[in-house]
Design a protein around this ligand. Structure first.
Ligand SMILES: [Zn+2]
Length: 235
């Protein structure tokens, strides 16, 4: 993380400290948090993610995190300003590719193929309702292994077993939906799968639907390019 990022984060931390105390108290008592813990709007959070990724693409060597300083800043509470549902792939760590983010910035859930099962929905709901995250990003990526496996099930009748089969099976409908369409099969399936995950979250989480309805949350689909480092936002 660069010095500009740190300065900005310190300002945010100071301005949000009062809110954080309130939020922590509400969570401890089990009460529902009615106000976002961060002052960022959904659009401001999205703009910040875009700026961070642009910095990561243009000058990744400038982004180094001062984790010691950040650790003490967020030890007593967190006010993440974006929730990211991404893939478990080791090359897609959100804190790195949205350059300038560190401890306490992003509320992250990751699994094979960025899927929203019931426990992931719980994490998303918590990040939004209790921590006040105003933005939810579902992010797929190029050459996703989990999606490629689902494509192999569809196109090559590949047989999977055990937990890996359980991980890949929910992605198969997205692969089936784009089979035979122009372009790269896996790439198309990655985009279709992320779109379906967004739709599933909107249909399954009352909290997400409610916060979106009241303009307190924006849900966007994103696509990370392993080669260029760029994140393409959709919607
Ligand atoms: Zn992946």
């Amino acid at each position: 993380m660069c010095f500009d990022c740190l300065k900005m984060n310190r300002r945010n931390f100071l301005s949000l400290s009062a809110t954080a105390v309130t939020a922590t108290g509400m969570i401890a008592s089990g009460a529902r948090q009615s106000m976002a813990a961060t002052s960022l709007t959904p659009d401001e959070a999205l703009a910040k993610l875009k700026a961070g990724n642009a910095k990561y693409v243009a000058a990744p060597e400038l982004c180094e995190a001062n984790l010691k300083a950040q650790r003490s800043e967020v030890a007593k509470g967190q006010q993440p300003w974006a929730t990211i549902l991404g893939c478990v792939d080791s090359r897609t760590a959100p804190e790195l590719l949205f350059g300038g983010t560190g401890l306490g910035d992003l509320f992250v859930a990751r699994n094979g193929g960025n899927m929203a099962d019931i426990t992931t929905l719980g994490a998303i709901d918590y990040g939004i309702e209790h921590l006040g995250s105003p933005l939810l990003v579902v992010m797929g990526h190029t050459r996703c292994g989990a999606v490629a496996a689902a494509c192999d099930v569809v196109a090559k009748k590949a047989k999977l077993h055990g937990p890996i089969k359980a991980m890949v099976d929910p992605i198969v409908p997205a692969a089936k939906a784009v089979l035979g369409k122009p372009g790269d099969f896996v790439d198309n399936a990655v985009r279709e799968n992320a779109k379906r995950t967004v739709a599933h979250i909107l249909a399954s989480s009352k909290i997400v639907a409610e916060y979106v309805h009241h303009g307190k949350l924006k849900v966007v689909q994103a696509y990370y390019n392993l080669d260029t480092g760029a994140v393409e936002f959709v919607g």
